[in-house]
Ligand binder design. Structure first.
Ligand SMILES: [Zn+2]
Length: 175
């Protein structure tokens, strides 16, 4: 009788031990997953509306945060062809290389490609048009739209508001 109770206790002990080991082994995995998620999320810049209002000029706020559009042929970078990098005016994220900029004649700065991972595309059906909206992948600021009538090698035309961008000259960055 005592022997069978001992064996029973031993068996329960082994099961509890195994369950504990499995649980302990899973804890670090779960922690890693949570950390990865946090890393991904922390790459995005989250600001409140009042913070954006404080940081941005009224024109930047209107275009980046309210998805506005500057008037055609009025933007600072429409006819600008220096060598360098265009960055998001909301957060400094590098979005376009001057090498991909070209004269589209559309009235806004145009590029045939964006820097990898720098922008996100969303379907936009405002104003009764079907367009693809381009936003900054870091701060989600509105940049412009992308169309399928661009030059080779991509055939794309990224039509971007000058106000949504700042320019970093190649000359300055090499100093
Ligand atoms: Zn941005």
């Amino acid at each position: 009788m005592r022997k069978s109770i001992l064996i029973f206790i031993l068996k329960v002990g082994v099961i509890v031990f195994c369950v504990l080991r499995i649980l302990i082994a899973q804890v670090p995995n779960n922690t890693n997953k949570v950390l990865n998620l946090n890393n991904k999320e922390s790459k995005k810049m989250k600001r409140t509306d009042s913070e954006w209002k404080r940081i941005l000029t009224s024109a930047e706020y209107h275009i980046l945060r309210e998805k506005g559009t500057e008037r055609a042929f009025t933007g600072e970078y429409d006819g600008h062809f220096e060598e360098g990098t265009y960055v998001c005016s909301g957060c400094g994220n590098k979005i376009f290389d001057s090498e991909t900029k070209y004269r589209s004649g559309c009235g806004w700065p145009a590029f045939y490609n964006a820097l990898p991972g720098s922008v996100e595309e969303t379907e936009d059906s405002s104003f009764g048009m079907k367009r693809i909206e381009i936003t900054c992948s870091k701060c989600e600021g509105h940049l412009g739209h992308v169309f399928n009538d661009g030059p080779e090698p991509t055939g794309l035309r990224y039509c971007i508001n000058s106000v949504s961008m700042d320019f970093e000259s190649e000359k300055n960055s090499q100093k």
